[in-house]
Design a protein around this ligand. Structure first.
Ligand code: 2PG
Ligand code: MG
Length: 429
């Protein structure tokens, strides 16, 4: 018996994220079917991102979201109730039409993205299928399903670690694994080995915002060296079983037309920055580099993509901000796109950016944010949309393991129908 997909109620509430900050949860009800989602929050944000609504003032550091929650319970509920949850595009268009500002700062991108994701969850509930299968549509849902290659942080840095080192994410991928489950097991071995190395050096002091070890290193390159050592200590072969993926988050380093490496007290122009990253890619088994230069340095982005793009995945995060138009327009900038639904505001816009990445011959990575919760929507998007890669932070902290563990459940439920992406997303480079 199929249930009625018409939305009967929309409820907003304030909940808490992994940094102890308030965030927005939205519940969308279609009769007895309930869909629920929580907005994530970035720390190293691109200037073109959709903007979350925070209350300001002194309480909770100005970060409270009472206004955004009120917008959910007011105009957003009014616009969605009575609408068909199964028609995501129309629901998302209604949400966008409510906010006259292009940045969505009026209603708040936090309110809008949580509502958009909750609509999808409600629709999947009504159809009585997992969200990934709902998103994949009936055709794909019956056949082979690609489990994404996970990019997992081992050391955190940059804005997620008080700028202790300049590189933001030192991650690994395990394309040599046979399954998603095996990739996680190998990653856990590397994570434990990295913790052991820090212990041996007397340098182990907790973790950064996304669960990667605290980056107590003298130079940025020393962090990359420690990562290679951790892979070897775990008994895995760097470059064959497991490889390195960096997010430099270089927009954060941009000062007066150059890049400031605070840890090393050095200022680099765009060419020198490219030379630095190119040197790392030659000396270490690095297969992917995100935001190697800043969002405004389009010439630098094009230069590094031309220089390294045949052998290395160059990922654009701040430069694309999950905007299909930018992905289409910015020829020669990066060969992969980071897709973050809250940068775009709605699931439909995020899907458009993913589509644009395919249209322009680029790869794609679905990505969570540094401020997260137990919400697992991002995993279902990566699987259901067949993105091929998924970035969720480290393999520690509950808001991260909630997502990896959800992917394990999906892989197990698929049985023989699951195909691990492995090297395939990286083959194009
Ligand atoms: C990024 C993300 C995740 P933030 O830069 O890719 O690491 O960080 O959510 O702070 O933008
Ligand atoms: Mg990034």
């Amino acid at each position: 018996m199929s249930r009625d997909p018409r939305i009967t109620a929309v409820l907003g509430r304030r909940v808490w994220d992994s940094r102890g900050r308030p965030t927005v949860e939205v519940e969308v009800r279609c009769g007895r079917s309930v869909g629920r989602a929580i907005a994530p929050a970035g720390a190293s944000t691109g200037s073109g991102e959709a903007v979350e609504l925070r209350d300001g003032g002194t309480r909770l550091g100005g970060l409270d979201v009472r206004g955004a929650v009120a917008n959910v319970n007011g105009p957003i509920a009014d616009a969605l109730v009575g609408h068909d949850a199964a028609d995501q595009r129309v629901a998302d268009d209604r949400l966008i039409a409510l906010d006259p500002s292009p940045s969505l700062a009026g209603l708040g991108a936090n309110a809008i993205v949580a509502a958009s994701m909750a609509v999808a969850h409600a629709a999947a509930e009504v159809a009585d299928v997992p969200l990934w299968a709902w998103l994949a549509g009936t055709g794909t849902a019956a056949g082979i399903v690609t489990m994404p290659l996970p990019e997992i942080q081992i050391f955190g840095g940059g804005a997620h670690a008080g700028r202790r080192i300049d590189i933001q994410d030192l991650m690994i991928v395990a394309p040599g694994a046979a399954s998603f489950a095996e990739a996680l097991e190998w990653t856990a071995e590397v994570y434990l080995a990295a913790g052991g190395i820090m212990n041996d050096r007397g340098a182990r002091s907790g973790v950064a915002d996304e669960g990667g070890w605290w980056p107590a290193f003298a130079t940025n390159e020393a962090a990359i060296e420690a990562l290679v050592a951790a892979i070897e200590r775990a008994g895995l072969v760097p470059g064959r079983d497991v490889a390195i993926s960096l997010d430099i988050a270089a927009s954060e380093l941009w000062r007066d037309g150059g890049y400031r490496l605070g840890l090393e007290g050095r200022d680099l122009d765009s060419d020198a920055m490219i030379e630095l990253v190119t040197g790392w890619c030659t000396r270490y088994p690095i297969v992917s580099v995100e935001d190697p230069v800043g969002e405004h340095d389009l010439a630098g982005f094009r230069a590094i993509t031309a220089a390294l793009g045949d052998g290395v995945q160059i990922v654009g995060d701040d430069v694309f901000v999950t905007d299909a138009a930018r992905v289409d327009e910015l020829d020669g900038v990066a060969n992969a796109v980071l897709v973050k639904p809250n940068q775009a505001g709605t699931l439909s816009r995020a899907a458009d950016a993913l589509e644009a990445s395919r249209r322009t011959g680029r790869g794609a990575i679905l990505s969570a944010r540094s401020g997260e919760s137990e919400d697992v929507t991002i995993v279902h998007l990566a699987v259901g949309w067949g993105a091929g890669q998924l970035k969720v932070g480290s393999i520690a902290r509950g808001e991260r393991t909630a997502k990896w563990n959800e992917a394990l459940r999906i892989e197990q439920s698929l049985g023989d129908r699951a195909r691990f992406a492995g090297w395939s997303p990286l083959r194009r480079v």
